[in-house]
Design a protein around this ligand. Sequence first.
Ligand code: GRF
Length: 197
Amino acid sequence: MKQQPTKVAVLFSGRGSNLKTLAEHMAQANVPAELTLALSNRPKAGGLDYCARQGIAHQAIDHKLFESRESFDAELDATLRAAKIELVCCAGFMRLLSAGFVEAWRDRIINIHPSLLPKYKGLHTHARAIEAGDSVHGCSVHYMRPEMDEGPVIVQKQVPIMPEDTPDTLAERVLQQEHIAYPEALDAVLKKMASPA
Ligand code: GRF
């Protein structure tokens, strides 16, 4: 039995490959964290099927059913608090969170972004890196701040951009690194939470 593992929630919107990587990482006996809840804002997200197959507690909170960003975020906040979540990992969570929500979870909410931040905040990062003629690209795991894709970087991984790359081939190369970066970042954050400076 793990001793008082940190209760982690993963927020996601789609296929959930980063969710799967994090779930597998937390299932290891030497990682002092448990995936307490996986939450999607899209009821049809593929990651929910994965959770059902694996017996991971999961829930969809459909943002379309809420009148405002703030009311959705309030429901998210209440759900996380009811589950006694201590750390939130956004993994392909394609929804902006309100400043109030992010501040309430400050330093207890992290995100993965498919670029070498501060480059290419926002969408279509792979196409933008190719168009710019960059020779390297990559991913970043960072603490979230109210401004989109802002916040202290925890881990970054680089990949080369090949002359023949399309956004899809580059995305695939970056995704492989995302699956290395996120567990590393989680370990670093857990360590920091256990002994804050
Ligand atoms: C990842 O590339 C993530 O960085 C981006 O969305 C993608 C989600 O992939 N924001 P998955 O759902 O984790 O497979």
